[in-house]
Structures are given as structure tokens and as C-alpha cells.
Write a protein that binds this ligand. Structure first.
Ligand SMILES: O=C(O)COP(=O)(O)O
Ligand SMILES: [Mg+2]
Length: 220
């Protein structure tokens, strides 16, 4: 009986906001558009690169300019794949993934980050070897919070039980719609108070996740 743990990426396995922030500001500054703080940029992450750029421009009153939006997105995506310099896994991530693999679980990633940037950062950090399936925001026609990518991953792994681990509003909604138990990592990019986000378990340290996963999979 195969069982799987599917992870969100940005704000869950890795703290990538500093690189996303730097890439965005580089593109905006080329056009004399005022840069954002790290906290502001972090708050725009969650629905993929296109929505991230839309949110940046809309915060500067530039949401009506479709041509500008397309150019900024194109330049942002060019920088995004190499945006790995400041990105780090959260503390305890590798040891946690080792422990889950040792328990015989299949691991996968379901992120809204573009597929190319996802592959690049996972390889850069040596995390790619853990995952049997990796789905990005542009892998399918739909992305989270549509439940289809998560469901597709679980079907593709042939898993009879699964848990989803993520940090955000998007992840909580995805898990609920896919009817998959959800563990919320509380140290990521969520904007909503923890109590207001539906979750089956929550954790602030990756050391605690193997026991949580065991409990969620036993209950499912
Ligand atoms: O890149 C994003 O907007 C979100 O990425 P995530 O789904 O891994 O949190
Ligand atoms: Mg996330």
C-alpha cells in the first residue's frame, strides 16, 4: 500500500521570498517603478508568477497596462529560473525528508511556482532526489487552489493514503477541495491568522512533521 506526502514549495520547504523579491525589484527598477519591501513581496507570493507580477503592478496603480504587465512578467520569468542565490530550505527540512523516505513514504511537490524555476531551485539545493513527482504552476492548465494538480499527483503515485503539507491560504483550500488531510507549516508566507485557516495539524518545526504525518495517514 503506497502512501504519499505532498509538499508545497515556497514558504514551506524553502524560504525563497528573498530571491523572488530581488528579481521583482530588478525588473521594476529598470522601469523606475518603486521597489517593494521583502514583507510586501512575500505577501504577493502564492498564486504563481503571473499573479505575483499582477499584484506588484496593481499595488503601484499599473494594473490596467496589459503590455507593461506582459513585459514585466517575461523579464521576471527570465530572472526567476536563476533566482536561487539567497533561497534556503527551512531548518530541519532535509532530515525530515530523510525520515519520511526511511518510513517508506513517496514524496512529491505541488507548487504554483513555474516548473522550470522549481526544478532549478530543487536541484541547486540538492532536494530534487527526494521527489517522485514535481508539479509546478504551469504544468497543467489549472493550478492550486484547483484541487486537480494535487489529485493528479496522488493518482500518479498510486497512493492509497496521502497528506498535504503547505503554508498558505491557497494550500488550505487546495487540500480541502481535494479532500486530503492538511498539515499547516506556520512559519511560511500565510497572511491569515492560523486559527482562520482550516487545517488538520500544524507545526512550526520540521522535526515534528514525521509524527504528524504518521497520525494523519493513520486517521485517513
Ligand atoms: O510561487 C508562488 O506564487 C507560490 O509557490 P508555492 O505554491 O510553492 O507556495
Ligand atoms: Mg507556499
Amino acid at each position: 500500500m503506497r502512501r504519499a506526502v505532498v509538499f508545497d514549495l515556497d514558504g514551506t520547504l524553502i524560504d525563497s521570498a528573498p530571491d523572488i523579491h530581488a528579481a521583482a525589484n530588478t525588473v521594476l527598477e529598470r522601469r523606475d517603478i518603486a521597489p517593494f519591501t521583502l514583507a510586501e513581496a512575500r505577501g504577493f507570493v502564492g498564486h504563481g508568477a503571473a499573479v505575483f507580477v499582477e499584484r506588484c503592478l496593481s499595488a503601484r496603480g499599473l494594473s490596467e497596462d496589459a503590455a507593461l504587465q506582459a513585459q514585466v512578467l517575461e523579464e521576471f520569468l527570465e530572472l526567476y529560473e536563476g533566482a536561487v542565490h539567497q533561497t534556503r530550505p527551512y531548518p530541519g527540512v532535509a532530515a525530515c525528508l530523510d525520515a519520511l523516505v526511511a518510513e517508506g513514504l513517496d514524496l512529491a511537490v505541488c507548487t504554483n511556482k513555474p516548473e522550470g524555476a522549481t526544478a532549478a531551485v530543487l536541484a541547486h539545493l540538492g532536494l530534487d532526489r527526494y521527489f517522485d513527482v514535481v508539479v509546478g504552476g504551469d504544468t497543467f492548465a489549472v493550478r492550486k487552489p484547483d484541487p486537480a494538480p494535487l489529485r493528479e499527483i496522488i493518482a500518479c503515485l498510486g497512493a492509497v493514503g496521502a497528506a498535504y503539507v503547505g503554508d498558505s491560504e491557497v494550500d488550505a483550500e487546495t487540500a480541502a477541495r481535494a479532500e486530503v488531510p492538511f498539515a499547516l507549516y506556520t512559519e511560511g508566507y500565510r497572511q491569515t491568522p492560523v486559527e482562520e485557516l482550516p487545517h488538520d495539524a500544524r507545526f512550526e518545526a520540521f522535526d515534528d512533521l514525521p509524527a504528524i504525518v504518521r497520525r494523519l495517514l493513520a486517521a485517513g
